[in-house]
Design a protein around this ligand. Structure first.
Ligand code: NAD
Length: 375
């Protein structure tokens, strides 16, 4: 990699707690950039409700153009009660997030569900099941399957309505998401559980066949298959048994939310939505490829706590780490951020969402500053 290169990042903070947590994400990113001699240029743009208020559209043309010029997009979150009465297709999430995913072909959604050993109290599972914490990565196909297949309609026949959705997957779509999952697994514990419903769906049969084929290129990664209904149960029964979960769009949507709930607070969980390879190396031990991507917390704008300076910035900070790993190719800097988060949690600092009486309660900025200082 060219050490002189300046990476341009489109920063779309959005609404509610978005700008508050984004400020801390950037503070930590700047600390990591300084330590690892990475040069960033941040291009702040309007998105979501803030953009509707300022220029009348959730995704202004200028914002989209800035994203096109960027090496990656850092996203906060969008939406809130103020814009809920707008027509559905003008609302912030639908009119900003979905078009961004579509425009950039962001087909791979990565959501780590990490429950740190110190934060197992935040999990709704019995302490015996989560003792010592867990770390599961959900890899979800994001642009195919039942959500996008055509035809898709509601019609009437003989005085009765009926609805049709089409579940369609091309081999190439399955292959490319599988590669992302196998590459990610190589940087982890090297175990993939692929989810399908091959006992009922034709899609499941093709899915399983293609995943098996791709796995031959990754002999160092162990592959298991689970039916989705069984997976939903096993994840609750023993989350520690899983490393990477690979699923198509619908199953991945449901299971990644299940995992977010099991992990505890939304304030801790980052996400990445990745597109095609950009040709570089992720810098991991086995050198996966870098991809254009959008990186954002798994949660929303948290209107109940917005503006109070008490939101947990860690989801946004860890989203910056994912950006370093997957779009910038700097696993070393990503790890430094992840280790700094762990160290600060170990030292006893907590925002309200993960607080316990014996810990020290801090606000958004204090948490961000402590993590940046740790780097
Ligand atoms: P939410 O994720 O905003 O909030 C759910 C709960 O989690 C709230 O109690 C909130 O306080 C808490 N929470 C979330 N993030 C937190 C953080 N960083 N620190 C501490 N607590 C945190 O979900 P919601 O209430 O269903 O949605 C609120 C708004 O956000 C809606 O307008 C929704 O459309 C939007 N939303 C946007 C995105 C996105 O932009 N990607 C995702 C989900 C929801």
């Amino acid at each position: 990699m060219n050490s002189e290169q300046t990476f341009r990042i489109a920063v779309l903070a959005g609404d509610g707690i978005g700008p508050e947590v984004m400020a801390e994400g950037l503070r930590v990113l700047e600390a990591a950039a300084k330590k690892f001699s990475i040069s960033f240029e941040f291009d702040h743009q309007l998105v979501g409700g803030a953009a509707i208020d300022a220029v009348g559209r959730a995704l202004p043309a200028e914002t989209l153009a800035a994203c096109e010029q960027a090496d990656a997009i850092l996203f906060g979150s969008v939406g809130g009660p103020k814009w809920e009465s707008l027509p559905a297709n003008e609302q912030p999430e639908r009119a900003a997030l979905l078009p961004l995913r579509k425009h950039f072909g962001l087909f791979a959604n990565l959501r780590p569900a990490i429950c740190l050993p110190e934060l197992t109290h935040a999990s709704p599972l019995h302490p015996r099941l989560v003792e010592g914490g867990f770390d599961v990565l959900c890899v979800r196909e994001l642009t195919g399957g039942l959500y996008f297949g055509e035809p898709k309609y509601i019609k009437s026949e003989n005085g009765e309505d009926f609805a049709v959705d089409t579940m369609i997957y091309w081999e190439s779509e399955i292959r490319r998401i599988a590669k992302v999952a196998f590459e990610a697994a190589r940087n982890r514990r090297k175990e993939i559980t692929s989810i399908d419903k091959a006992n009922v769906l034709q899609n499941g049969i093709l899915w399983r066949r293609v995943i098996n084929e791709v796995s031959r290129d990754y002999p160092d990664v162990t592959l298991k298959h689970l039916y989705v209904d069984n997976a939903a149960m096993q994840l609750i029964k023993n989350p520690k048994a899983f490393d990477v979960i690979l699923a198509e769009n619908l199953f991945g949507d449901i299971l990644s939310d299940e995992m977010a709930m099991i992990a505890g607070s939304l304030g801790m969980l980052p996400s990445a939505s990745l597109g095609e390879s950009t040709g570089g190396s992720t810098g991991g031990p086995t050198g996966g490829t870098t991809r254009f991507g959008m990186f954002e917390p798994s949660g929303g704008t948290a209107p109940d706590i917005a503006g109070q300076g008490i939101a947990n910035p860690i989801a946004q900070i860890l989203s910056c780490a994912m950006m370093l790993r997957f779009s910038i190719g700097r696993a070393d800097a990503a790890e430094a951020i992840e280790n700094a988060v762990r160290a600060v949690i170990s030292s006893g600092l907590r925002t309200g969402d993960i607080h316990t009486p014996e810990a020290r309660l801090v606000g958004t900025a204090e948490m961000g500053a402590a993590i940046a200082a740790q780097i």
